[in-house]
Design a protein around this ligand. Structure first.
Ligand code: ZN
Length: 311
């Protein structure tokens, strides 16, 4: 029966004297320390590229090498290990003793049964991980990329200097907003935002980078914010990633009890600044109105008709 295993190999170089180095034909150059380091790096690089010649470890999903305090740490993670722990520990010790040219007692191997990260399927150490909101293990590198490149950024009107974020594995809006990803096809997709019962959607749009449409949307955004602030209406803007680098989602929410009032203002601004025909044409052709030809217009009209029939 297969299980998850993490083998951690610690290799301490023997820096005093040249005896062992000589025995294995490692040439003396500068200082013993510098020689060891250079030798270690070279060997470990080769191993990283070639993998380990140990048959029980042929399906290794993670192989990492690091240097800490002049020691080399090799971490091997196998999600589907079906060997014998003890036998593999011995093989690893022999292999590294021979490959790294150190005395046997300078190689130690420990074996762990780690938790598996919900995002990358890698190991999560007891003291080096966190968990998802629903309690699954999550490693720190995954947690960090989820927060530093979030799927959504939420900006509340009363704390616009401190944006909140939502990722695949975290959500710091305290339940105000939830995300769902929608695939358009295998490669493309976008997020939709669902508010809690306290919030209502006032306007949903998309930012088309570097276009005239983007400038109009910015104007719409500024005027709408100004008007709502004057009326003391709390709002939140949610910016979401899409699979298109030049396009991001823009969703404007207001506190539900003030929706009617806010709608009056928004519909007036929309009629002036959010022209759906121009938006569709820019979205489909990537051009600003002044550069759009009759062919583009025809193409956009046809494309939107096709999309309507599909939807
Ligand atoms: Zn991970």
């Amino acid at each position: 029966m297969s299980k998850m295993r993490q083998f951690i190999i610690e290799i301490r170089p023997k820096v005093e004297g040249q005896g062992v180095l000589d025995q294995f034909g490692v040439k003396n150059g500068h200082t013993p320390e510098a020689d060891w380091k250079a030798f270690f790096y070279k060997k470990l690089d080769q191993l990283r590229a070639s993998g380990l010649p140990i048959e029980e470890l042929e399906k290794v999903t993670k192989f990492e090498v690091s240097m800490r305090d002049n020691r080399a740490i090799v971490e091997i993670f196998d999600k589907d290990f079906d060997g014998d722990d003890k036998a593999v520990k011995l093989k690893l010790r022999e292999f590294f003793f021979d490959t790294m040219k150190v005395p046997r007692e300078n190689v130690s191997v420990t074996v762990k049964e780690p938790k598996v990260c919900a995002s990358c399927d890698g190991p999560v150490d007891e003291d080096n991980g966190t968990s998802t909101p629903d309690g699954k293990p999550l490693c720190y590198p995954c947690y960090e990329s989820d927060t530093s490149e979030p799927a959504a950024t939420v900006v509340y009107s009363d704390e616009d200097e401190y944006p909140h974020t939502i990722g695949d594995y975290h959500n710091d809006t305290e339940g105000d907003f939830e995300l769902a990803y929608h695939h358009t096809d295998a490669w493309r997709g976008h997020y939709s935002v669902t508010p809690s019962k306290d919030w209502a959607e006032l306007h949903s749009d998309a930012i088309l980078s570097m276009s005239e449409d983007e400038r109009e949307l910015k104007r719409f955004d500024e005027l709408l914010q100004e008007a709502l602030k004057d009326l003391g209406i709390r709002y939140a803007r949610v910016f979401t990633r899409t699979s298109n680098l030049f396009c991001s989602g823009y969703d404007f929410f207001v506190e539900k009890k003030k929706l009617k009032k806010a709608e009056g203002i928004a519909s007036h601004l929309k009629s002036v600044l959010r022209d759906p025909v121009r938006f569709t044409t820019t979205a489909l052709t990537g051009k600003d109105p002044k550069d759009i030809t009759n062919t583009d217009r025809l193409f956009a009209a046809m494309a939107s008709r096709i999309m309507k029939n599909q939807g």
